[in-house]
Ligand binder design. Sequence first.
Ligand code: FE
Length: 282
Amino acid sequence: MNRESTARVLRTLRGMPTSDGAGVRLTRVIGTQMLPDLDPFLLLDEFGTDRAEDYIAGFPSHPHRGFETVTYMLDGRMRHKDNHGNEGLLTPGSVQWMTAGRGLVHSEMPEQESGRMRGFQLWVNLPARDKMTAPRYQEFAPDQIPQVTPTEGVTVKVIAGQLGDVHGPIVQPATDPLYLDIALAAGRHWAYPLPEGHSVFAYVFEGEVMLGDVAEARPVVQQELAVLGGGRLEMSAGSRGARLILVAGRPLREPVARHGPFVMNTREELMQAFADYQEGKF
Ligand code: FE
C-alpha cells in the first residue's frame, strides 16, 4: 500500500426509507437504484426506531442462498432460528455473520415488545466456488469483540479485519472483510490505513465526521454513506462527535444474478434456487 496517499470520498448518498420482512421499517442504503451494490456488498439496511410498531412484526420465515448476511445489533434483542436447528439471541453489541451458502430458511424476530431497536444488516456476496457451501454461523457476543482506544477520544470495535495487532473475530478469506464500529468524541481526529484494492464505505449513524485530508475533506452527516477510494482515511469528528461503521471487502468481480433472497452468478442458478426452495431442499 502507498501509505502516503490519502483516501478520498468518491461520493456520498442517503438511504431510502423502505419496509421489509413482515413490515419492518428501515433505511436501505446499499441495494437501491442509487447504489445497487458495491462489490462484494449487495445490501445495507439500517434499522433504528423506538416505536415497537416499526419492528414488532419482524422477519418471519424466509430463505437465503448464495451469500452472507451480517447483522450487527446496537440496541434491542433479536432471536434467529433456522430450519437446520440453529438458534440464537442477538443482544446489543453482538454480531452474527451468517454464511447462507447453499441455503437455509430462517426467521429473525424481535425479542422485546417495546423499547429501542437499532442496528445494521449487511449482505456480502460469496464467490462462485463458495455459493453452495454448507451454511455456517460466526456469532459473537459484545465481550468477544475487541475494543481498542487508538488515541484519546477514539474507540473502535473490531468486528472484522485488523487494527494494529488486533484482529476481529470474523474470518472470511473470500472477501477479506473489514468491519469497524468507530466512535469519535467531539473534535477528535483519527486515521486508518484502508486495505488496498478493497471496496470501502463509511456510514455515519450518529453526529458528523469530516472524511479525507484537510485540503479536500468532505462532511458526512448522520444517515449518509460515503464511498471511499483507497489510502489512509483521515477522520475528524464534528462538534457533537460521531459514530460510524467503516466497512471494506475485496471485490469478487463475478457476474451477479440476484432476486430477493437468492444471489447467484447466472440466471440458470437463480431458477435452480427457486426450484430447490420450493421442493424443500434448503
Ligand atoms: Fe434473513
